[in-house]
Design a protein around this ligand. Structure first.
Ligand code: BMX
Length: 281
């Protein structure tokens, strides 16, 4: 039977029916920051009401962290969540089937490891999106809990302790574009760069340069065979090449191997569905 797999991120929400590792139905819409978790779940339920009966469980890939079934944000700038929202109970109540919920980037890491670009035993997944999320698979096992939250590494800001993602992510790009006088989201900033706007190319280049340093630090910490890059910004045309071009380690052997997510934007839902099935066996 299929799994109803949902992915709630800081910008987009996606709901899919996943069967044998493949997406067979899909809906996607903007995550309305004014609604909150009850509203997001109701919105998903309304969009997928005609799928009822065709799934046997629910698997949620969510931005933030889920501990003992309770969901919370680590960086409220990505998505503000109430402290300890009972996500698994609410999913079970709404959809009437068993549910699991795991961090979005950890789900995507698992999806990429099982069915995408990171089949090696040791790999890291990085999503460059509203925030910067990550997942670690070591010896074929997905590390859960806080593991892989690379965007939450502390940055070097004068007089403040802000997460590193606040100087790299889509959220940061929007803020920089606004400072330059353009109220644009990340896809529009990439489009502006392609049509030759120097301010837009500058923002993208800084983000890529900072991500290159983060990737090098991950390589030193975990020595993964590859770092799989996903997320709306990570998969934007030319971004990964800019990150590769910004590596500072002189020795090739110290540089990470970057690859694009093989499952694209479906990595999270496919990984979540696979985790749900593994848990039911
Ligand atoms: C933040 C954090 C991570 C998440 C990452 C990417 C929150 C709400 N989120 O670092 O848990 O994996 O953003 O999230 O604290 P996305 O919404 O950009 O995909």
């Amino acid at each position: 039977q299929a799994v109803l797999a949902i992915d709630v991120g800081g910008t987009k929400t996606m709901a899919c029916l996943v069967k044998e590792g493949k997406v067979i139905e899909e809906v996607q819409f903007a995550t309305d920051h004014n609604l909150g978790p009850d509203g997001w779940i109701d919105a998903i339920a309304a969009k997928v009401s005609n799928w009822r009966g065709s799934y046997g469980r629910v698997a949620a890939a969510v931005t933030g962290i889920v501990v003992d079934g309770n969901w919370q944000a680590l960086n409220p700038a990505t998505l503000n969540l109430p402290q300890g929202y009972p996500l698994i109970d609410r999913l079970r109540g709404t959809f009437g089937v068993n549910a699991i919920a795991v961090n979005d980037a950890q789900c995507a890491a698992w999806g990429e490891h099982r069915l995408g670009a990171g089949a090696q035993k040791d790999m890291v997944f990085l999503t460059v999106s509203t925030g910067i999320g990550g997942g670690i698979v070591i010896n074929g096992r997905l590390l859960q809990g806080t593991a892989g939250h690379f965007g939450l590494f502390q940055g070097y800001f004068e007089c403040s302790h802000r997460p590193l993602e606040d100087s790299i992510s889509g959220h940061w790009m929007n803020a920089e574009a606004c400072k330059a006088g353009y109220e644009l989201d990340a896809p529009a900033i990439f489009a502006a760069a392609r049509s030759g706007a120097p301010w837009a190319s500058h923002i993208i280049a800084i983000s890529a340069r900072r991500l290159a340093i983060l990737c090098q630090n991950i390589q030193l910490a975990l020595d993964p065979k590859c770092i799989v890059i996903g997320g709306g910004i990570g998969l934007a045309e030319g971004y990964i090449d800019q990150v590769r071009g910004a590596f500072t380690f002189p020795k090739i052997s110290l540089r990470p191997t970057l690859v694009s997510a093989g499952l694209g934007r479906h990595a999270g839902v496919i990984g979540a569905a696979d985790l749900a099935i593994a848990q039911s066996n």
